[in-house]
Every structure is written in C-alpha cells, then in structure tokens.
Ligand binder design. Structure first.
Ligand SMILES: N=[N+]=NCCCCNC(=O)[C@@H]1[C@H]2[C@H](O)[C@@H](O)[C@H](O)[C@@H](CO)[C@@H]12
Length: 448
C-alpha cells in the first residue's frame, strides 16, 4: 500500500475570510455601521488605532481577489456577509447596492468554478440592533431570521453552502464576558444570555432555511481540546470546565437540546434557567458542522481565573504562533474524533485553520518566504487525513486566511494570510504557502 496521502475524491479545498476583516468601505453606498465600526473607532480597542475603514479594500478589489483565488486553484471560498451592508438598520429596508455586492461576488466566483460558502454572521452586528440590546434581546432571533430569509431568497439559487454563525463562543466570551471584542461588554451575567440568543438566532435561521432553502446549512464553531496539566483532580476538573465552556456549550444544545451540566459550575449564580422551548428552536437538524481549529490548551486549575477557573499552561518545547497559540496538530485529530464520537459522525468542514507567524517582507522576485506556515499546514492536513482514514466524515478544508487582514483587536499586526497584503499599496503577493497550498489542491493532498 503506497504511503502517499490522498484525500477523498470530492474533498473540497478552499480558503476563508470575513467581511469586516477584508472589505473596507464600511459605510459606502448606503451601508450602515456595525458594532465593529464603532468599536474600532473607539480609541484603545484596536492595536495601533487600526480600523476596518480600508482593510484589504476588498469591497473595491473583489474581481482582483477572485482572480487570485483562481491562480491558487481554490475550489471554494468561504466569506461572510456584512449584515449592515445589506440591511443598514439591521431590520426592514434592504440596501440594493449592498446586497448587489454579494450577488456580483457570487457570480464572479461561479464564473471561475469556485464554490461560494457563505457565513451570515461573522461578528459584525448592525450597530442599530446593538442599540436595541443586540444579542441580549431575545427578539434578535427574529431579526436574524428575517435577514437570513432575505439572503436565502436572493442567493440560494447559486449559493449551495450556508453557515448561520461564525464562532458564537468568541462573541460571548470576547464581546460580553471579557470585553476584548465588540461590543466590549465585561459582564458575566450577560455572556450566557448572549450565547443563548446566538443559538436561538441560529435555530431560527435554520428553520427559515428549511422552508425556502434547497441546499446545505450548518454552524461554525471554534473548538479547542483541553488537556489536563496534571493527573490531579483539580486540573482534571479545570480541563472539564474549559471543555464544556468552549466546546460543549454550543454543540450540545444543537445536537442534544441541552447545555453541558458543567455550565452551571462555570457561571454559578450567573447561569439562568432556560425556557425548555428554546431548545426545540436551537436543535434544528443541520447538514454539517464547520470546525475552526487553531490550537489546544494544556489546562490547569486556577481559582482566580473567573468564571471558568482554568488557565492554559505554556509548553516549554512547543512552537508558538504570533498570537501565542501552541502549534499542536494532534489537537485537531483529537478534536475531530471527539466530535465524531459524541455527535454521531456529522459531516464536517474544517472552515478555518491557520497561523500568524512573523513573515519577512516581500523579497526580490516577489516572494514571501513563510516556511513555518507551510509546516503548520502540512502537519494539520496530515492530522485531518489521519482521522478521515478512521472514518471521520470531513468533507473539506478552508485555510484561514486567503489574505493578510484585520486581525480584530490585534489590528494588522498579525498576518494569517497565504497571500501577503501591503496595506499601504494594497498590493497582493502570493506567499510560499500559497504556492504550497496550490500543489496540495492540485494533487488532492498527495504532496503532503
Ligand atoms: N487561546 N486561544 N485559543 C484560540 C481561540 C481561537 C478563537 N479565535 C478564533 O478562532 C478566530 C477565528 C475567527 O473566525 C477569525 O475571524 C480570526 O481572524 C481567526 C484568527 O484569530 C480565528
């Protein structure tokens, strides 16, 4: 038997981005502001005062960027729709130029044989909805379902793969518990309510899709395996709390219609009683789960680290990325096997995977040498192949990210792209990792 790696015949190879991180022009042509427009323009929230005002200027350069995708040989492109570009007030009136941008982008992609994979919400909530409570207002499930219906009715004749939300955990943890991301709240009573309403909104949108949609819809979650730092009961319990908080908090309600028991232990008096009917809404049948994987956490008990009371322990011999994440490909295979075993082997896409390393400037001849990123991709793709061989139903992979972009509160300081962006000139340059990925796609993994 040859040792050559080969992915399944129809395995889908893509790359991912998100609206606020690449588009720029946040208020152009009738678009309304999102909470990231407000958060980025509030001093101190984003490193170096960076904002998404220009970012990768993709709103104006999308034709050029689709040509780049073609040059790399992408079979799919995962992107998000800016809710407030399409519905400036988040509800009611649709902005024809705004929705037209996405309509045209989909046509451009299809003309190049690239499958659009659309995420309806990637953190950039319309500011007007936040002013009405945003994810803390139970009505947002209806607001989101109305927005989803508009997008399904406009694009489902050409878009065959939809995701409702990107990483609800980050929205709850960063936006409401720790305040590091928009809308910048720091409130342990708000965080579980926001997480719950994100799940309700997800369910409401899937219900609408089952009425009007003809293809597939799923949920994208970030998953991070938690390994106890020692055999002590305290560290084992800390890892279990961290696992429930980051991994089970969203998948258990979606698949089982209930939260992990440990969520009460995490939030204590801040954990509400939930109406039973909410879980009937949340647990809509899904066609796939999108898994975003970056790193693992070796976890120890830390009573002062509220509310989870768990912290990651740095691994002395490991390689770390520029965002301080350990490179640990085994965590991806462990996570995928956990999802398959716990939730009945659902169809999966790896919707994000990648790393920020310190990239050198563009060298003579227009090359950007990023060997650490190539090594990162090689290790993680091999880990995926390993679990596919064991029967885990992984259907595709999207590298994060197509372009260097606005890495949220890190600004432009952290580069995840396989394509380098000179933010002063907007020049794009394929990094060595883009050429590597082109070979991976062309050989369906055989070069790994
Ligand atoms: N500690 N720690 N653990 C890692 C936790 C990861 C949570 N952040 C993400 O997954 C975000 C996801 C986002 O979709 C994208 O918009 C971001 O640009 C990437 C890169 O940051 C990733």
């Amino acid at each position: 038997m040859s040792n050559a790696i080969e992915f399944p015949k129809n395995f889908l190879w893509g790359a991912s981005t998100s609206a606020y991180q690449i588009e720029g022009s946040p208020l152009a042509d009738g678009a309304g502001p999102s909470i990231w427009q407000r958060f980025a323009h509030s001093p101190g929230n984003i490193r170096d005062g960076d904002t998404g005002d220009v970012a990768c200027d993709h709103y104006r350069r999308s034709a050029q960027d689709v040509a780049l995708m073609r040059e790399i040989g992408l079979q799919a492109y995962r992107f998000s729709i800016s809710w407030s570009r399409v519905m400036p007030s988040g509800r009611g009136a649709v902005n024809p130029v705004g929705i037209g941008f996405y309509d045209e982008l989909v046509d451009r992609l299809l003309a190049q044989g690239i499958k659009p994979m659309v995420t309806l919400f990637h953190w950039d909530l319309p500011e007007t909805l936040d002013n009405q409570g945003g994810w803390l207002n139970r009505d947002i499930a209806d607001w989101f379902a109305d927005y989803a219906r508009v997008m399904f009715e406009r694009l489902d004749d050409r878009v065959t793969s939809w995701a409702t939300l990107n990483e609800p955990w980050v929205v709850s943890d960063g936006g409401y518990l720790n305040g590091t991301l928009a809308p910048g709240h720091h409130n342990r009573f708000e965080a579980p309510i926001a997480a719950h309403n994100l799940l309700r909104a997800h369910g409401a949108a899937v219900k609408v899709y089952r009425e009007v949609g003809k293809h597939e819809i799923g949920l994208v979650v970030n998953l991070e395996p938690k390994y106890p730092a020692s055999e002590s009961a305290a560290d084992q319990q800390a890892a279990a709390r961290g696992h429930a908080y980051m991994n089970g908090q969203f998948l258990d309600p979606v698949f089982f219609g209930r939260y992990p028991e440990k969520m009460k232990d995490v939030y204590g008096d801040a954990w509400p009683e939930w109406p039973a009917e909410d879980f009937e809404l949340i647990r809509q049948r899904l066609d796939f789960i999108g898994v975003n994987y970056y790193t693992r956490s070796v976890t120890r008990d830390e009573p002062s680290a509220l509310p989870v009371r768990a912290v990651a322990v740095r691994q002395p011999l490991a390689t770390y990325t520029e965002t301080g994440w350990e490179v640990y490909a085994r965590g991806l295979s462990d996570t995928l096997e956990w999802v398959a075993a716990r939730y009945g082997n659902p169809p999966l896409y790896i919707t994000e995977n990648g790393a920020a390393f310190f990239d050198p400037p563009v060298a003579e001849g227009g090359r950007v040498h990023d060997p650490l990123r190539i090594d990162y991709y090689q290790k993680h793709l091999r880990a995926i192949h390993e679990v596919i061989q064991k029967g885990v139903d992984v259907r595709g992979y999207c590298a994060w990210s197509l372009l260097d972009n606005l890495e949220w509160a890190h600004g432009f300081s952290k580069r995840f792209g396989i394509v380098h962006v000179n933010f002063a000139t907007q020049e794009r340059t394929l990094k060595d990792s883009a050429y590597f990925y082109r070979e991976v796609i062309a050989t369906n993994g055989a070069v790994l």
